[in-house]
Design a protein around this ligand. Structure first.
Ligand code: PLP
Length: 420
């Protein structure tokens, strides 16, 4: 095992692609208490490349205007850039039309929109919604709320000891009253990749639509909504190198068309009188009020960035890091990996015997290593494993094998401190 100082001083350890990618992310040059930042909290949020930072700044410097309303040049320019970003999202996930791309604040808002606009009008006390045991609270609470409003039941697909979804059980849970299946594409707590193609086929056999929570998957797996044939896909920009406060909901046009608006206000109407209000066409019907224009433009640039690197290259690099980290972590006595699915991406979640995850996170931070500690907004899956939380390292394209070494050295240091 290399010592932390040794590995971090060996830039030769970094492959040339990664070294180049790292140059694109200015924050990676930060030091924490004199130590190089080792950022392994990418599942919480990713850092931003220069192109995204500059695109946002350029919007405020040169364009700043409201969209869809002005006849003046700046407003038209802002509208063009905002709509160009929508087209980039469409292309990135291969949706059929920009009418199917709704800009939202993020995954949370996208799921709440579907819960209130799609599910609520359709649910009765005889119906049910199906989620899995490993969902983020964002893909649990909106459904609990809509079930509370309608008397419908929330059904939960269990996961096995490895953190894999029990697909057979899903088959038993889907019934005539099932109105929607809402499942994560990639678990933020365990790193499990769910067999979404199979889930979608099963649900569609019962004519039940499927929403995929793509908050994590979007940055690590190639997403093709037409190939998947999912009905809704939700993701957040900030998990894929874009600013916070922007994300997208994909919905099949036929479904979105039949849904009432989620919020009322400016831009989502075609005409308003006190007698009658007519709603705007898709996707504007769902975009009430002034949107996050600069954020959407930033998202477009983030997707350009990912496309220029290539999602396959990103996935291959992250997979190598995850395998390396898993191998080293498995050699640490008292360390238990939570989430050992066959199909995993970019996330190493673990407990350390006798040490609270927060203590692991705090001690690692002293050496500049940033990880997440706690329940990761997925308390039910923690309960499933009988734990309060885990420590979680999550990888992105700019992480290196040397950073994994630093993580492992840090964990060993934590262990030594607690064994004293
Ligand atoms: N779903 C998953 C799987 C997540 O990992 C997250 C965020 O961590 C969310 C939903 C919520 O995303 P946001 O807070 O960006 O809306």
């Amino acid at each position: 095992m290399k010592m932390e100082s040794e590995v971090l001083r060996h830039p030769g350890h970094i492959n040339s692609d990664v070294a180049r990618w790292r140059e694109d992310f200015p924050v990676l040059r930060e030091t924490i208490r004199g130590k190089p930042l080792v950022y392994l909290d990418n599942a919480a949020t990713t850092h931003k490349p220069v192109s995204v930072i500059e695109a946002e700044a350029a919007f405020y410097r040169h364009t700043n205007s409201n969209v869809h309303r002005g006849v003046h040049t700046l407003s038209q320019r802002a509208t063009d850039e905002y709509e160009a970003a929508r087209e980039k999202v469409r292309r990135f996930i291969n949706a059929a039309s920009t009418r199917e791309i709704v800009f939202v604040r993020g995954t949370t808002e996208a799921i709440n929109l579907v819960a209130q606009s799609y599910a609520r009008p359709r649910l009765t006390a005889e119906d049910n919604i199906i989620v899995s045991a490993m969902e983020h609270h964002s893909n649990i609470v909106p459904w609990q709320m809509v079930c509370g409003q309608t008397g419908a039941e929330l059904r939960v697909v269990p996961v096995n000891e490895a953190g894999e979804l029990d697909v057979e059980m899903l088959g038993h849970l889907i019934g005539p009253g099932t109105k929607l299946v809402a499942i994560t594409h990639l678990s933020n707590a365990l790193g499990t990749i769910t067999p979404v193609k199979r889930i979608i086929e099963m649900a569609h056999a019962h004519e039940v639509p499927v929403l995929l929570d793509g908050a994590q998957a979007i940055a690590h797996l190639g997403v093709d909504v037409r190939e998947l044939d999912c009905d809704f896909y939700a993701f957040s920009g900030h998990k894929i190198f874009a600013p916070t406060g922007i994300g997208a909901l994909y919905g099949k046009e036929t479904l979105l068309d039949a849904m009432p608006p989620y919020q009322g206000g400016g831009d989502m109407i075609s005409s308003v009188s006190f007698g009658e209000t007519l709603y705007n066409e898709l996707p504007y019907k769902f975009e009430a009020g002034t949107p996050n224009i600069a954020g959407a433009i930033g998202l477009g640039h983030a997707l350009d960035y990912v496309s220029s690197v290539g999602i396959a290259a990103i996935a291959a690099h992250e997979h190598a890091l995850l395998e390396y980290a898993t191998e080293l972590a498995s050699g640490i006595k008292g360390l238990k990996i939570i989430g050992t699915a066959q199909q995993k991406a970019s996330i190493l979640s673990f407990t350390l015997e006798g040490v609270h995850p927060h203590d692991i996170g705090t001690i690692l931070d002293h050496d500049g290593v940033a990880i997440r500690a706690g329940h990761h907004c997925a308390m039910p899956i923690m309960q499933r494993f009988g734990i309060g939380g885990t420590a979680r390292a999550s990888f992105s394209l700019y992480n290196t094998h040397a950073e994994v070494d630093a993580l492992i050295a840090g964990i060993r240091k934590v262990q030594e401190m607690f064994q004293r």
